[in-house]
Design a protein around this ligand. Structure first.
Ligand code: CP
Ligand code: NVA
Length: 307
């Protein structure tokens, strides 16, 4: 049976670790000029209904490096943009290509695509989830800390797609997570329930607090994301007011462990969710995190398309 990556919860701890291990190997091979034509002759369709730099370029380059062919499909040019149902698009594309990566608004659209297609579907970001980014974050954390089990992650900011995928991903691999999110921008209740469930089953700490200081204390990893995600641009001004105090800055970082790393999925809004000072201080890790999108997505593609 085909496997999709629609949300972080679709992957067990073992499956996540398998992807990270393969990503490490592919990264090593790329750096040492060892060819890995694991997807020779395969085609990936990439549907974009929102803008992207990292996701588009890393999937496109990654597919090429694997010996396959990436097909960029802007929703403006597809018949989806003129009202053709996603279900029909799924049935047609399944007959031409070997996998689809989709970036869109509604999680339901990705689920509908998966339901009606016979090829693997990869979520390249929806309003609810960003699993590829979280896998790259986990890879980056493991590269820096050598382990994942038992670490403390702090997430500061909007209860958005990153927050929701992160909490599931971190707990799945055995990390504790503390999220500081303003009440009016909370993650969905479903995700709070999932967090409680996974943390209970694995004896981990999962908490949502309103004070960023409480979240960051003794953290090994501090993560933030933009306050106004794609599709919320018209709320940007009011969000700047609402998120006052939720900035990752030098003062907040004094509470984290001395060797704490900072991650940001990018693009970043300097002096909003993160200061330029902290972003630059942690630029090596943050840009490695961006690079790791390439390696981790190649691993996802191999695991799903070569299944
Ligand atoms: N982090 C991320 O997904 O970046 P893009 O929006 O540029 O793809
Ligand atoms: N939360 C952000 C992530 C961008 C990669 C957004 O959805 O716009």
């Amino acid at each position: 049976m085909k496997k999709d990556l629609l949300k972080m919860e679709d992957l067990s701890k073992d499956e996540i670790l398998d992807i990270l291990n393969l990503a490490d190997q592919l990264k090593y091979e790329l750096k040492h000029n060892i060819k890995h034509n694991l997807l020779d002759g395969k085609t990936l369709g990439m549907i974009f209904e929102k803008a992207s730099t990292r996701t588009r370029v890393s999937f496109e380059a990654g597919m090429y490096q694997l010996g396959g062919y990436p097909l960029f499909l802007s929703s403006n040019d597809l018949q989806i943009g003129r009202g053709e149902p996603i279900e029909d698009t799924a049935r047609v594309l399944s007959r031409y290509i070997n996998g689809i990566m989709i970036r869109t608004f509604e999680q339901g659209e990705v689920e509908a695509l998966a339901k009606c297609s016979s090829i693997p579907i990869i979520n390249g970001l929806t309003d609810d989830e960003h699993p590829c980014q979280v896998l790259a974050d986990l890879m980056t954390i493991r590269e820096n800390k050598n382990i994942l089990d038992g670490l403390k992650v702090a997430y500061i900011g909007d209860g958005n797609n990153m927050a929701q995928s992160l909490l599931v991903g971190c707990l799945q691999v055995g990390m504790n997570i503390s999220l500081a999110i303003p009440n009016n921008y909370m993650i969905k209740e479903d995700y709070i329930n999932k967090g409680n469930e996974i943390s209970k089953a694995n004896n981990l700490k999962f908490e949502i607090v309103d004070d960023p200081k409480k979240a960051v204390i003794y953290a090994d990893v501090v993560i933030t994301d933009v306050w106004a995600s794609m599709g919320k641009e018209d709320e940007a001004k009011e969000r700047i007011k609402a998120f006052n105090g939720y900035q990752v800055n030098a003062e907040l970082m004094t509470l984290a462990k001395e060797d704490a790393i900072v991650l940001h999925c990018l693009p970043a809004h300097r002096e909003e969710e993160i200061t330029a000072e902290i972003l630059e201080k942690h630029a090596d890790t943050i840009f490695e995190e961006a690079e790791n999108r390439l390696h981790v997505q190649k691993a996802i593609l191999v695991k799903l398309i070569n299944n």
